[in-house]
Ligand binder design. Structure first.
Ligand code: PLP
Length: 393
């Protein structure tokens, strides 16, 4: 199937597994190992002359390989590697490509910040810079950083970074660019097409889409992914076949789900924007959002994530969130059910106050993963929770 085939078609048909029974849907291969007719056949695989199933931790398993074909098609990439979690994918690529130093731009998932701080103990240093700070970026690159890592839109501020611009500068210094595309998904944004070398996602979120699996993915060109593969194998980070099978099924509805998430989030953002108890709404789909012009340039949809600040500070935000009756209070995102969280208590809990302030993350900020419910029902719940806050002024 060509790379230009629509994702809706690709997510149904890419990754077929030849099967003796001609099953319409590829079966799950949960075998940890695969046998050979002769040692010569086995050596052909071990020495790379033939590609075949071999050992599941190496990812050489038909279920994992067929998922990876589908994930590569989704990102219009040569190759994909599927991982046991988003953090497995992020840590693997930082260990493989960040040894010259990492530049982390803008706000980033708290778990990634945590890992990058731990990686300093292994001599992998990270410089955290603002997403628009081109001077600091150039400085870091000129000092030999080998990897630039950022999220766009970012968690939880939804700020937008120019992928093409960063990639152009980084490539002048032979550094690689990796974009965490979890919030956008490849349906709304294709980082590799915009010049990034690697795209990474927590597949736990929109790709899985039902809050019932944990997985991750990295995509990129063949040579890069081939050099990343041994890290995944030796760190034992490969996705389990059972999860791969479930994820492959979820991908079938990804284009449909993301289109609805996009629509619901815009409707909810527009409602929040005009509400008297809401201070600010952060959603790149709003024409008033400072990131909108750039988002329009590099995204084809604006995603299901938004954040907003409640007037009156952190305790008011907490009151509002505690008053929700339909929308669940929970970390994570990307599922069918809408989830609300104060990032200072979840994804960014425990991060230094100064860092949070610099990133614009306050206790009054609520992050909303807008799900697939009817948008009127979501608005009704938000309306009643916000009126409750206003009454308790
Ligand atoms: N990247 C982003 C943007 C996230 O929000 C998360 C988790 O919330 C991760 C990566 C890590 O994903 P996982 O929980 O699958 O390890």
């Amino acid at each position: 199937m060509s790379k230009s085939t629509h994702p809706a078609t690709q997510m149904i048909h890419v990754g077929a597994v030849p099967d003796a029974s001609s099953a319409a849907v590829a079966p799950l291969y949960d075998s940890t190992t695969f046998s050979f007719d002769s040692t010569a056949d086995l050596l052909d695989v071990v020495e790379g002359r033939t590609e075949a199933a071999f050992y599941t931790r190496y990812g050489m398993n038909p279920t994992i390989q067929s998922l990876e074909q589908r994930l590569a098609a989704l990102d219009k990439a040569d190759k994909a590697l599927a991982y046991a979690s988003g953090m497995a994918a992020i840590s693997s690529l930082c260990l493989a490509f960040g040894r010259g130093g990492i530049i982390c731009m803008g706000e980033i998932y708290g778990g990634t910040t945590g890992f990058l701080n731990q990686a300093a103990q292994l001599g992998i240093e990270t410089r955290f810079i603002a997403s628009k700070d081109k001077v600091a970026l150039e400085q870091g690159l000129s000092e030999g950083a080998s990897l630039v890592l950022f999220e766009t839109p970012a968690n939880p501020t939804l700020s937008v970074t120019d992928i093409a611009e960063v990639a152009e500068l980084a490539h002048q210094f032979d550094a690689l660019v990796a974009v965490d595309n979890t919030f956008a998904t490849p349906i709304n944004q294709l980082p590799l097409q915009l010049g990034a070398d690697l795209a990474v996602q927590s597949a736990t979120k929109y790709l899985g889409g039902h809050s019932d699996l944990t997985a991750g993915v990295v995509t990129g060109d063949g040579a890069l992914i081939t050099s990343l593969n041994p890290w995944r194998s030796s760190l034992g980070q490969t996705i389990a076949p059972e999860t791969a099978h479930k994820l492959k099924r979820s991908l079938i509805t990804l284009p449909l789900r993301v289109a609805q998430h996009n629509q619901n989030a815009l409707t909810v953002a527009e409602f929040l924007q005009q509400h008297a108890s809401v201070d600010q709404v952060f959603y790149p789909g709003l024409i008033t959002d400072p990131g909108h012009p750039l988002a329009k340039k590099q995204m084809s949809g604006f995603g299901g994530m938004l954040s907003f600040t409640v007037k009156g500070g952190g305790h008011k935000a907490r009151q509002m969130i505690d008053g929700l009756t339909l929308i669940k209070r929970a970390p994570s995102l990307g599922g069918a059910e809408s989830l609300a969280t104060q990032p200072v208590f979840t994804s960014h809990h425990g991060l230094p106050e100064a860092l949070l302030k610099k990133a614009g993350i306050s206790a009054s900020m609520i992050r909303l993963s807008v799900g697939l419910e009817q948008s009127d029902d979501l608005i009704e719940d938000l309306q009643q929770a916000l009126s409750n806050v206003a009454l308790h002024r």
